[in-house]
Design a protein around this ligand. Structure first.
Ligand code: WT7
Length: 632
């Protein structure tokens, strides 16, 4: 697999960006900081947590009762107090907190910390009017607009547990998530704009709540003011009507450090998606710390994370982490290549973005369309570049480094997961960067590449990426399914198993190769094979289906589906289109197969499990490995 990356372990090439970064960065000397952490792990996290405001201090930094951790025991805080009040009641009051840009140039909204504080308080009071309180679950299904961020923060303000669902998901995916958390309220918008077109969201919500009896109210942001959608008053309420006449102050609910902050669904390898649960204390400390030290956020920075807040990247590094640090953040409802591939570079120039965080799939798309697009813009404001979501292959690294960073900017390739909540591995600013390798564990994290018994793999030998000690922002459970939580810690004794394959070099730099389980990372999004298969099988013509990921130069992977039709059904292009459409409607556009092949049978184990790796090996002309469990 390492061949994919054209990296030879013996051919070492390091990049060392500006020497000055190191001296001026928050992290300073990585090795020294890491050693300080190892010498006193609890003291290390205690020091970081003290940089934040707490309503009541903790008694103990952590309690580790394998595989359950509690952090900052009996500490009381509210993440929004730290994201908003701390700045709105200080010198940062009139500093810009949030800048939003729509697809049209004229579409812009800017909130200072004071204004954002007020907007969040008002919407929080609106939610209270609907009877939403501490512990209630709220589903947020919105486009990237300021109100999406405000809705998240408003929930956190009053202790309601938000669960953001990416606006690109379809009816079934949304319904499954709403039912999973038993949401009391769903917050949505009439439309999302993409490539100049208005895509309706409200009708998807209407269908998704049909079999979700927990939902009492739907709050709708009406963006299209020319043709305002009609609201059904027994259930639906307008976003801004809800805040009509409310108080502009809403005290932040004192939350226990271990109270849940949010649930975010991520694809599982089998069965339904998993509702990953993050808590108030540890998540706040973990995202505050990593945003500050990995991106080196300073007061003068303009920070842009291109991820939709509907993903964990958007939660941790689009919303919470940067606001905890009092940064000026840009969010954009902008497709990278619409109206042309210069859109993002124009935004960087226009807003003077200094820290830019995006995904390899976007970088590879830009590589393909050519460097004339970024070269037309003045990108000299940039000082730190970030990457996340999938391996940053050396070609993409070099292009990003040269064409965007002009050989000046460090690239932080950050490895982490929905489950980890925060960055776990990267090459900290000032350290030599090795293309193809994410780097090392950040101070605060103990990670390694091990075999199935948990023994450390020697350099050059592939194994599983694991984390060996608890960390503050680790998930606490899987919503309503603690068994699945324990699995993460039970696969390899004593370790949290990330299900990623990795290899280390002799200096301890880690290369992440890809998933070891049945997840496909398509354009940086985690797609479960099981979800796509069950969507296909729900089509009346399909008897059975299996999907695999196929390496793709642009998206990292694309989905290929093998489909067995029911007797009497004729294969053909028309049916292929029907199936693609069906997946688009049920799961959403991110999960559609790029290729469908009709087959007579599928390779299965004797126990009836589809052996996707056999299909994959056939497809890619590779050795299928051990096939002793194969049926025939
Ligand atoms: C999986 C987690 C948390 C970020 C967004 C995705 C892959 C993530 C990297 C990276 C190589 C990466 C892994 C991981 N991944 N970052 N820098 N290099 N692979 O979050 O949906 O929870 O997916 O994304 O396979 O397990 P997620």
């Amino acid at each position: 697999m390492a061949d994919n990356f054209n990296v030879r372990l013996d051919e070492v090439k390091y990049y060392t960006p500006d020497a000055c970064c190191k001296e001026q960065s928050w992290i300073g000397d990585y090795n020294r900081t890491y050693q300080a952490f190892l010498a006193d792990p609890d003291g290390f996290w205690d020091g970081i947590a003290r940089e934040l405001d707490w309503f009541q201090p903790w008694d103990r930094v952590k309690e580790w009762n394998y595989p359950y951790a509690r952090w900052f025991l009996n500490g009381k805080l509210n993440i929004t107090h730290n994201c908003l009040d701390r700045h709105a009641h200080s010198q940062r009051r009139n500093k810009v907190a949030l800048m939003w840009r729509g697809e049209d140039e004229g579409d812009e909204q800017i909130y200072t910390y004071r204004q954002l504080h007020q907007a969040v308080c008002r919407f929080a009071n609106g939610l209270k009017r609907l009877g939403v309180g501490k512990g209630d679950r709220v589903c947020i299904y919105m486009p990237v607009v300021p109100e999406q961020v405000i809705a998240m923060l408003a929930c956190a303000r009053i202790g309601a547990i938000h669960s953001v669902v990416f606006g690109g998901f379809g009816v079934n995916a949304l319904n499954q998530r709403i039912r999973g958390i038993e949401a009391k309220v769903v917050i949505t918008a009439d439309v999302t704009y993409r490539r100049g077109k208005a895509i309706p969201l409200k009708n998807i919500v209407e269908e998704a709540v049909v079999s979700a009896p927990s939902v009492e109210r739907i709050v709708i942001l009406r963006r299209d003011t020319d043709k305002p959608v009609e609201l059904h008053p027994e259930m639906e309420v307008d976003y801004y009507d809800l805040t009509e006449g409310v108080d502009r102050e809403c005290p932040a609910e004192p939350m226990d450090a271990e109270d849940p902050l949010f649930i975010l669904y991520t694809s599982g390898t089998t069965g339904s998606p998993k509702g990953i649960v993050h808590t108030c204390g540890g998540y706040t400390v973990g995202t505050y710390y990593t945003t500050k030290y990995v991106f080196d956020v300073k007061d003068s920075d303009v920070y842009w994370c291109t991820a939709d807040p509907g993903w964990i990247t958007g939660h941790s590094y689009g919303v919470y982490g940067p606001l905890l640090n009092g940064a000026t953040c840009l969010i954009a409802e902008a497709t990278p290549d619409y109206p042309d591939p210069g859109t993002w570079w124009n935004l960087i120039e226009e807003y003077g973005v200094t820290i830019f965080y995006t995904a390899p799939t976007a970088i590879r798309m830009f590589m393909r369309v050519g460097e004339e697009w970024p070269n037309r813009c003045n990108l000299s404001s940039l000082r730190v570049l970030g990457s996340v979501g999938e391996p940053l292959n050396p070609e993409a690294f070099e292009w990003y480094y040269r064409t965007i960073g002009k050989d000046r900017c460090p690239i932080v390739d950050t490895w982490w997961q929905t489950e980890t909540g925060m960055h776990m591995l990267t090459t900290m600013i000032g350290e030599p960067m090795r293309p193809g390798f994410v780097g090392k564990p950040i101070p605060g994290v103990v990670a390694d590449v091990v075999d199935m018994e948990g023994n450390s793999c020697p350099p050059g030998t592939g194994g599983l990426l694991v984390v060996k000690e608890p960390w503050p922002s680790m998930m606490r459970t899987v919503w309503n399914d603690d068994e699945r939580y324990r699995k993460y810690w039970n696969t390899i004794p004593g370790c949290y198993t990330a299900a990623d394959l990795a290899v280390k070099d002799k200096d301890g730099y880690i290369m992440v190769i890809g998933r070891s389980d049945d997840l496909i990372v398509v354009a940086g999004h985690n797609i479960g094979t099981a979800e796509v298969e069950s969507a296909l099988v729900s089509h009346e013509a399909v008897a059975e289906a299996a999907v695999i990921g196929k390496p793709d130069a642009m998206k990292g992977n694309v989905i290929k589906a093998f489909v067995i039709l029911k007797d009497g059904r004729q294969p053909g292009d028309k049916l292929k289109n029907d199936l693609v459409y069906h997946v688009r409607m049920t799961l959403g556009p991110i999960a559609i197969p790029s290729e469908i092949e009709f087959v007579q049978s599928l390779p299965k184990t004797r126990s009836g499990k589809i052996m996707r790796r056999v299909l994959k090996a056939q497809e890619l002309g590779m050795d299928p490995g051990d096939i002793s469990t194969l049926e025939e």
